[in-house]
Write a protein that binds this ligand. Structure first.
Ligand code: ADP
Ligand code: MG
Length: 424
């Protein structure tokens, strides 16, 4: 029976995913596209080996591992799987080889084309994409079959018509089912890994945060005393008069860094107030305009929202200043930095865009990690603090960047959500 065979194939198709998750996921080999390609290739070959043969064709789920290899392993894995699949097919049977080759090439074309789209989609969307990718080979199979019958001449047309329809629909359903099941499993594995990383990251940050906070606290007090005495001496000590402004400004810098640390360790929302975000953005723009002008950069703002938010205004301002300052610092003379505010569903969205240096993929993945800085005088605290503050407000910060093109920072803020929580 075709159904039994295809059920066996579903098992064969799921095997690489399960094997991967149990044995190879945390090993180095698990990340290799060659290894994944071979794993899926074996699975595709096994599908063919246990194929159901009728109407002059092999009915099997060989394309499911192929689709999975392309989506989850990448182009290299996809090509390896395809090659293994074609070798097996050639060794098994040299009849109708042309059809097998054409259908394999056609079947993997759409997944290859959709791969970029797939990579950028969220997990739910990815599963929908898998449905389309699973449907496509079945459709190709149908076309190939029709072509094959046309070439062969349909001598037993009545018999064929009936079983063909049944076969095609069973085959199509199984194919989609197989891809979707495997995609769901794969997505679960990916999510579990992301969660593990996140837990590890937050644990590390927590420890660092505690440490930073205790040290910063201890250092701040002597610093205040030193600053006080220096200010007293400034008026009296004529000999070193010129040094004092420098000493004091360096002290102020140290204080600033320390307060950043403390903020990072535990953003405190001291004074909750309800304010218009639009006004805040205008304020920011006015505040940073002189700095931008000094750097030879034009600052734009556009506002399309009268939303209000209840939170610590100064903290939010600090968070946005850090982001905008980074944008200005990353932009060479003559460039532009824009800040845009607009509503999105029941949230406010702020987009800070610059035409600056941008970041490489690696830098982008480091953004938000403590002490990550590419600047000579950088502290690697600004973004971290901004992200912490905004996340503590229930918001979200996302970075998108292209090297030498510029960076886009999207800040999503919940409107007055904090106020509601506060009341509960
Ligand atoms: P710092 O500004 O002291 O280096 P931040 O935490 O503010 O520390 O930023 C960390 C790093 O992130 C920067 O050194 C820079 O490499 C990168 N970065 C942040 N924002 C941008 C941006 N808009 N464009 C390019 N790089 C950026
Ligand atoms: Mg900065």
């Amino acid at each position: 029976m075709i159904v039994e065979k295809l059920l066996l194939h579903v098992l064969i198709v799921l095997a690489p995913v399960l094997l991967y998750s149990f044995f190879f996921e945390s090993r180095k080999i698990g990340k290799s596209p060659y290894f994944l390609g071979i794993l899926y290739g074996i699975s595709a070959s096994l599908c063919m080996y246990f194929a159901y043969y009728d109407i002059g064709l092999y009915w099997d789920l060989r394309y499911v591992p192929l689709v999975l290899a392309i989506f989850y392993g990448g182009p290299v894995s996809g090509i390896i799987t395809l090659v293994l699949l074609l070798i097996t097919r050639t060794l098994m049977d040299t009849n109708t080889l042309v059809f097998a080759y054409i259908s394999a090439a056609a079947a993997c074309s759409v997944p290859f084309l959709m791969r970029n789209y797939f990579l950028n989609a969220n997990p739910r969307k990815r599963i929908y994409i898998s449905i389309i990718a699973g449907f496509w080979p079945a459709f190709v199979q149908l076309l190939i079959l029709l072509a094959y019958m046309y070439v062969r001449g349909s001598e037993t047309a009545d018999h064929l018509d009936h079983s063909l329809l049944v076969y095609i629909s069973i085959f199509g359903c199984m194919q989609i089912g197989g891809v979707v099941l495997a995609a769901i499993l794969n997505e679960a594995i990916i999510e579990r890994n992301l969660m593990k990383d996140e837990i590890r990251r937050s644990e590390k940050q927590h420890t660092l945060g505690e440490l930073a906070a205790s040290i910063a606290h201890e250092v701040r007090n002597p610093l205040t005393v030193v600053k006080g005495f220096l200010q007293l001496m400034e008026g009296e000590d004529e000999r070193h008069k010129n040094y004092y402004p420098l000493i004091l400004s360096e002290l102020a810098r140290a204080e600033h860094i320390i307060s950043d640390y403390l903020n990072f360790a535990k953003p405190e929302f001291k004074k909750l107030e309800t304010f218009s975000i639009a006004e805040l953005v205008v304020d920011l723009s006015l505040l940073l305009n002189p700095y931008a002008l000094k750097e030879g950069i034009t600052l734009f703002h556009s506002i399309d929202s009268d939303a209000e938010m209840t939170t610590d205004r100064n903290q939010l301002k600090q968070a946005l200043i850090n982001i905008m300052k980074n944008a200005i610092e990353a932009t060479p003379k003559g460039g532009r930095v824009s800040i845009k505010l607009f509503p999105e569903e029941d949230q406010a969205k702020i987009i800070v865009r610059d035409t600056g240096l941008g970041m490489s993929k690696e830098q982008l993945s480091n953004i938000g990690s403590l002490f990550f800085s590419t600047k000579e005088q950088g502290t690697g605290l600004g973004t971290m603090v901004s992200i912490r503050i905004i996340e503590s407000m229930g918001g979200k910060v996302e970075y998108a960047s292209k090297l030498n093109k510029g960076t886009k920072v999207s800040v999503t803020l919940p409107l007055n959500k904090l106020a509601d929580e506060e009341k509960v």
